[in-house]
Ligand binder design. Structure first.
Ligand code: SAM
Length: 197
């Protein structure tokens, strides 16, 4: 059984298109077998994205970790006129994200392969992630805690976790070294914003 976070070059490609609307902006994304939430935009991703957009950080440098086909990073880039890099360990996800980037001429940034921050250089104002819970808590904490090595001093980490996937225990772990605010919650999903203390 193949999970969305594995690289499986033998998995048949069956491209499909997902639609998304934010205010008056319409988006279309190519999706495929072997990527997270391939048939339908994930509710947690949508809640994270729209909560972030409500805070209206415009023209900043953003990193989307575990970008999948590119929903979060591409919408942020287009709507907030920000520079956005996107990383994922899944080759097919990065391929799709780059395919989707090309649809938006105004988008500034790139998608590239990286296991967490392995191939990430430079500093960002914002790191945003719907983390790969199924890979395990250690990798999730590597992504969340590691974000602060790639954020400016005033930078913020935004992330979503479901209550039944350990949202509150992960918040507590991060709170030992960071300020973590719950900025939205709905249908069991918690949206957190973390900053350096
Ligand atoms: C919950 S999905 C979110 C995908 C996408 N951001 C979305 O909202 O649709 C988590 C993503 O993390 C990726 N991932 C898993 N392990 C990773 C790792 N070690 N480093 C970077 N990304 C990873 C998965 O391939 C998957 O695309």
């Amino acid at each position: 059984m193949s999970h969305y976070f594995e690289n499986d070059q033998n998995l048949k490609s069956e491209l499909r298109e997902l639609s998304y609307k934010y205010n008056s902006s319409f988006f279309k994304f190519n999706s495929d077998n072997g990527v997270f939430s391939k048939n339908k935009i994930d509710y947690g991703s949508k809640l994270l994205l729209e909560t972030y957009l409500n805070e209206a950080n415009v023209n900043v440098r953003v990193l989307d970790v575990g970008c999948g086909y590119g929903l979060i990073g591409i919408v942020i880039g287009v709507v907030t006129d920000s520079y956005v890099d996107m990383v994922d360990v899944n080759r097919r996800a990065v391929h799709l994200a780059n395919m989707n980037i090309k649809k938006y001429k105004e988008f500034k940034g790139q998608a590239f392969i990286s296991d967490a921050y392995e191939n990430v250089n430079g500093l960002y104002d914002v790191i945003i992630t719907n983390p790969p819970i199924r890979v395990g808590k250690n990798k999730v904490l590597e992504i969340l805690e590691g974000a602060f090595d790639h954020l400016n001093d005033n930078g913020s980490l935004y992330f979503v976790i479901r209550k039944d996937q350990g949202a509150l225990s992960i918040k507590k772990i991060l709170e030992s070294t960071k300020v973590v605010d719950t900025i939205n919650r709905d249908k069991g999903y918690f949206i957190f914003r973390a900053k350096k203390k």
